[in-house]
Design a protein around this ligand. Structure first.
Ligand SMILES: Nc1ncnc2c1ncn2[C@@H]1O[C@H](COP(=O)(O)OP(=O)(O)OP(=O)(O)O)[C@@H](O)[C@H]1O
Ligand SMILES: [Mg+2]
Length: 269
């Protein structure tokens, strides 16, 4: 058996991606020559200055936007549109205000005509996973921001996607809720063995969650540098602070901040 027959483990492959928006004020090149291979089970965190094309990149992987040139593939097949295999969580929770939390979470399965018992069982399971069982009958307006974001997460997870795409999912939350959500996302990733692609503005969030941190340049967005990281395995519980203040962590953190600052965005070190 030749090497060429060994199937690689990439779940997402982006090859020479370019994206141009054709707006009223002319053409905006948002992404230029982006190449990225994502392995099954990786936790990718994306950092970069505002407007550099992070959300554009996520939308291409989601299938919400087609690249102007280049190839975006999942499991060797060209991504042609949105798919339940790639769940998307945005900064603002996407819940239907007129449905209670349980029906919000089960909505996608209902649309896909899953049997009622299946919907009930899976909805219950994922509400438990995000600690919202007690609130299943509540409407979104009766929940806090963090709870709404947990419900949005359950709404995506219930479809059992292989890839979870998150666009600054914790950006609108207060610091404490944010830390709790980070732990939740880390443990969901760990328990469910999913592939995660998460955009953040917070270097510490990226370092404490990701197995790979990607830094993008200012527009047109390109990948400037990638860092393989393993802090996420050690940063939990009592070990968190020791890890966050280790020389290795601080060195990578500073390098990333300098890279981003070089792109023109001023982040506080
Ligand atoms: N629909 C659109 N039409 C025209 N230009 C767009 C459109 N969407 C985004 N852009 C432009 O493309 C560039 C990249 O936008 P994008 O939203 O991907 O950036 P981002 O890195 O996610 O920024 P932020 O960190 O502020 O969320 C920006 O200059 C933006 O103005
Ligand atoms: Mg964005």
């Amino acid at each position: 058996m030749g090497n060429e027959e060994i199937k690689d483990d990439y779940v997402i492959t982006l090859k020479d991606i370019n994206l141009k928006y054709e707006g009223e004020k002319g053409v905006v090149t948002a992404l230029e020559n982006v190449n990225l291979n994502i392995e099954n089970g990786e936790f990718i965190c994306v950092l970069g200055p505002s407007g550099c094309g992070k959300s554009t990149l996520l939308k291409i992987i989601a299938g919400l936007l087609a690249p102007s040139s280049g190839e975006a593939k999942m499991d060797q097949g060209i991504i042609k549109g949105p798919d339940y295999n790639r769940g998307v969580v945005f900064q603002n929770p996407t819940l239907y205000p007129w449905l209670n939390i349980r029906d919000n979470v089960g909505f996608g399965l209902k649309m896909r005509k899953f049997p009622k018992e299946d919907i009930a069982r899976r909805t219950k399971q994922y509400l438990e996973l995000v600690n919202l069982s007690e609130f299943e009958k509540h409407k979104p307006y009766e929940l806090s921001g963090g709870m709404k974001q947990r419900a949005s997460l359950a709404k995506v997870l219930v479809n059992n996607p292989r890839v979870i795409l998150m666009d600054e999912p914790l950006g609108a939350l207060d610091a404490l809720t944010r830390q709790n959500m980070q732990s939740l996302i880390r443990s969901l990733w760990w328990k469910t063995n999913k592939t995660v692609f998460l955009i953040t503005h917070d270097v510490d969030e990226a370092l404490s969650l990701g197995t790979r941190v990607i830094v993008m340049s200012s527009r047109p967005g390109r990948i400037v540098k990638e860092f393989k990281t393993d802090f996420t395995y050690n940063i939990t519980g009592d070990n968190g602070d020791r890890c966050r203040y280790s020389d290795h962590y601080l060195k990578i953190r500073e390098e990333i901040l300098n890279l981003i600052n070089d792109q023109g965005d001023k982040y506080v070190i």
